[in-house]
Design a protein. Structure first.
Length: 189
């Protein structure tokens, strides 16, 4: 049985009332030129060095240096927007989401809200997705339990009624840390 069949069966379970999705590599596939992005973030002094992790650095800057944070966010939005134009949606998950639109659906992603909202407008405009936890609103970078727990609290649901769908070890670890059932999709499909 493939992971999509597992997800479909879990969606249909009455025990699951809320589903949280990662974005990049889960709902949507796109190739960001990470090397060029990191180089530009470094030359504009957003990253201390070109090998620094983008998410943790940006979240730190959000708390400490708003001007650098805003500069970095603008650069990331541009790279994501350009990559989005060449990307593609995960059609299997889109169809599954449409079958569970009566359940609570949210997004927890290190991507920007602009690219996530563009995707929702294009593919899921008739589905209520709330909350959307993006790089602008998350408290800690993945892996972290904090933002998944924040979504559970927002929905007022126990963790055993929530499922998290992701594609990376960061997603798996976040779900495990939060005590939320997590299913990984193969981002190569």
């Amino acid at each position: 049985m493939d992971e999509y069949q597992n997800i479909k069966e879990a969606f249909q379970s009455e025990a699951i009332e809320g589903v949280i999705f990662d974005f990049e590599g889960t709902l949507f596939f796109f190739d960001i030129d990470w090397e060029s992005l990191k180089k530009e973030l470094h030359t504009t002094h957003v990253l201390p060095h070109a090998d620094a992790f983008i998410g943790p650095t940006l979240i730190h800057l959000k708390r400490t240096q708003e001007d650098l944070y805003n500069r970095g966010l603008t650069i990331i939005q541009r790279f994501e927007s350009e990559a989005y134009e060449q990307g593609k949606c995960n059609e299997k998950l889109i169809e599954l989401i449409k079958t569970i639109s009566q359940k609570r659906i949210g997004v927890f992603s290190m991507n920007t809200s602009s690219v996530i909202n563009k995707f929702i407008d294009q593919y899921l405009s008739k589905v209520t997705i709330d909350p959307i936890m993006s790089i602008e609103s998350i408290i800690e970078p993945k892996p972290s339990r904090i933002d998944l727990e924040k979504i559970a609290k927002y929905w007022n649901l126990p963790k055993d009624q929530i499922m998290f769908i992701g594609n990376s070890h960061f997603d798996r670890d976040s779900g495990k840390m939060a005590g939320i059932r997590t299913i990984l999709v193969n981002h190569q499909q």
